[in-house]
Design a protein around this ligand. Sequence first.
Ligand code: PLP
Length: 439
Amino acid sequence: MSNIIYPTTNLKVTETLTIERGDGAYVYDSEGNQYLEGLAGLWCTSLGYNNRELIDTTAEQMGKLSYSHMFGGKTHQVGIDLSEKLTAMVPVENAKVFFGNSGSDANDTHVKMLRYYFNAIGKPEKFKIIARERSYHGVTVASASLTGLPPNHTNFDLPFNALGVLRTDAPHYFHGALPGETEEQFVDRIVNNLEQLILKEGADTIAAFIAEPITGASGVIVPPKGYYQKVQAILNKYDILFWADEVITGFGRTGNDFGCTTMGIESPALMTLAKQLSSAYMPISASVIRGDIYEAMIEPSAKVGVFGHGYTYSGHPVAAAVALKTLEIYERDNIFGHAATLGEYMQKRLHEFEDHPLVGEVRGEGMIGAVEMVSDKRSGAGFEGGAVGTFAMQSCQKHGMITRAVAGNSLAFCPPLIVTEAQVDEMIEKLGKALDETL
Ligand code: PLP
């Protein structure tokens, strides 16, 4: 037993698996056992392991300039190149980007930018943020407050009120629909709830609405058709900004460049990116904002003398070089096109488990999916606690595949975008064995 306090782990649990190396879509443990990476690490190793180009890029950049900060406008070309490539890719108007290290800190940056912006335009009371139940936005004090999962809140005494976090429905038809309700009626009801929340709180007090286009860590929830269009109509009506947390859905994961494209979300004002931005070869995140929000912050920062927010590693040159190379590879090798084609195949194969006696719902889009296990297939009633999910996850591991139990008893799938059709078949075969064993 080491002295590590393991993240997002029951602290009673001792070490579970020692991973030693990775290659392509596989990782290997200290005893040499091979595992197919069914979750791309934590939804991030899009180009797989041991990618020679990314390794060489890292080494070259380390040799050239291993560190330089960006405070006070000190800059470097690789950071500028990355910002240009990235801002040209995102569906955010006249995008500007602030670099950080993780999805959580990028979301904190956005919380502060929103305050800075509304203070700048003389609306300091417009600071609240609407976040959804069962969302995941990270674990720092601000981002955990936005996260809608109780285990990330319990015993941490998070400052929801001070941060102005408001909670609205998760767009999960399977669990959220009333008896007999159609998908359309479900959407209309939860969008109406959203509008009532806005009216109750006062639109003048609400800055933004944050959403993962498709949630990941909370069980891969794909909202019903029309949901975002109706949400955006309400937000536009009350002048509330749309903030897309694309930490998982960014860069090809859902079969398009961004989850916003897949879900028909138009012109988000803010976008959070991390994980696949560098294929997880180096930690880096990007808080992207619309140009006019940036413009409004210029004068106030000149008055204070500084925009007083920045991380030691904001724009780290090695992380920037790796991210830039990652984006080049996505483009050159048509990785998003591959993800679209293979994503359709993966969804088709995952949906074969709909008939399995243990499976209540199969959901997903592109190369992200989940299989939810239930105790009563007809009613969709779940199992108490997460023991069934954990058992199935361990069974997958026994059969040579890493996945993750999310939201209790769903198994999540999010393989590296470079997997082949044969590797998707391998994933399905191993999942089948694990489900049969769990039954
Ligand atoms: N936002 C979303 C949608 C995420 O899925 C995650 C992590 O899984 C985060 C934010 C937090 O990112 P990080 O773990 O890099 O802090």
